[in-house]
Design a binder for this molecule. Structure first.
Ligand code: ADP
Ligand code: MG
Length: 321
């Protein structure tokens, strides 16, 4: 893919479109397909199954939150999407290209041009001895650009994120939230097609977290970039149209934001957000026709053994003791 093979031209056309004012993505077009992803980490004594045949499709231009407890496989999945972690089995397609079937050179190019990363720890995102502006300029040194163009582009990104007043500040002179906003500008500098964020609000207070969520929503709407955020923070779900729950290295349920809620999102405060029912929840039916049922649902139905009755009544499937 980007830009190693015949699809490179298509991708580059899209990348250029990102710089324009308006982009029209084909909405039914998947940018990402995870097909039975497995990751096994082997250490001397144990094998850890971090991803267990994970299936997932993400459309171009979507803003998605993948939420799960610590150890559920979020970072493994995100790093895999970012071209940093080879799956033990399964395939990962970005824009129709089998990412890990590419030669290493293609993967390096993919990481450099197609994905942007925002990490939880802002120290990982920013050079401490560079100002905010210099940090955003840094990824652009590889591009054929004049110093003036580089500066203008970096400044416009800082403006879009609303942090241009800190352009000449060093990371140590900024708050955690400000550093994360600069980190988002850095991650966007090379016009990636996908923005990946690993616990981006993990180290900030709830007000700042809310502001960072608004920024993700804004850039998703303004430049149409696909954004995938992984987090254990359930509150992030309130502002994202598609919420995917991950547990034990598999997608368990999905929540889709109700249209009515989405329309009033801008007028809701943090407090009232929690009170409105925002999403409809769906369980995932995988390729082997399996559905994961939450422990809560099993408890409520009084199911405590490993054998259940499945019957179809009035066009509905009923699972009972
Ligand atoms: P999360 O980001 O949801 O907390 P991770 O993807 O980091 O989860 O980890 C999933 C599982 O894989 C955990 O059990 C973790 O301990 C294990 N794991 C992650 N990375 C490694 C590694 N490099 N070596 C061994 N085990 C790992
Ligand atoms: Mg993690």
């Amino acid at each position: 893919m980007c830009p190693q093979n015949s699809e490179a031209e298509v991708i580059n056309e899209n990348m250029e479109a990102v710089e324009g004012t308006e982009i029209v993505y084909e909405q039914d077009d998947n940018i990402l397909v995870c097909d039975g992803l497995v990751k096994i980490y082997k250490t001397d004594e144990v094998e850890v199954l971090a991803l267990q045949g994970l299936e997932l499709e993400i459309k171009r231009g979507e803003l998605v939150a993948i939420i799960g407890k610590s150890g559920s496989g979020k970072s493994t999945l995100l790093n895999m999407i970012g071209g940093l972690e080879k799956p033990t089995a399964g395939r990962l397609y970005v824009d129709g290209t089998d990412l890990y079937a590419m030669p290493e050179k293609g993967l390096v190019e993919y990481r450099r041009k197609c994905v942007g990363f925002v990490w939880q720890n802002s120290g990982q995102n920013l050079f401490p001895y560079f100002t905010a502006l210099q940090n955003v300029e840094a990824p652009l040194y590889f591009d054929r650009m004049s110093q003036k163009e580089r500066r203008e582009k970096a400044m416009s990104l800082l403006k879009m994120i609303g942090i241009d007043h800190k352009a000449d500040s060093y990371p140590a002179q900024m708050s955690g939230g400000e550093q994360q906003r600069v980190a988002i500008a850095v991650a966007l500098a090379h016009d990636p097609k996908i923005l990946l964020a690993d616990e981006p609000t993990g180290a900030v207070d709830s007000k700042t977290s809310n502001m960072i969520q608004d920024i993700f929503r804004k850039i998703n709407e303004e430049i149409g970039i696909t954004i995938i955020i992984v987090t254990h923070d359930l509150s992030l779900a309130n502002k994202v149209s598609r919420v995917i729950m991950i547990s034990d290295g598999k997608i368990s349920t999905e929540k889709i934001m109700k249209e009515k809620y989405r329309l009033q999102l801008d007028n809701l405060t943090t407090e009232s957000l929690a009170e409105v029912e925002s999403h409809e929840e769906y369980s995932i039916l995988d390729k082997a026709r399996r559905v994961q049922i939450s422990q809560d649902a099993l408890d409520m139905a009084g199911i405590d053994s490993n054998k259940v009755r499945v019957e179809v009544k009035d066009g509905k499937i009923i699972i009972s003791k």
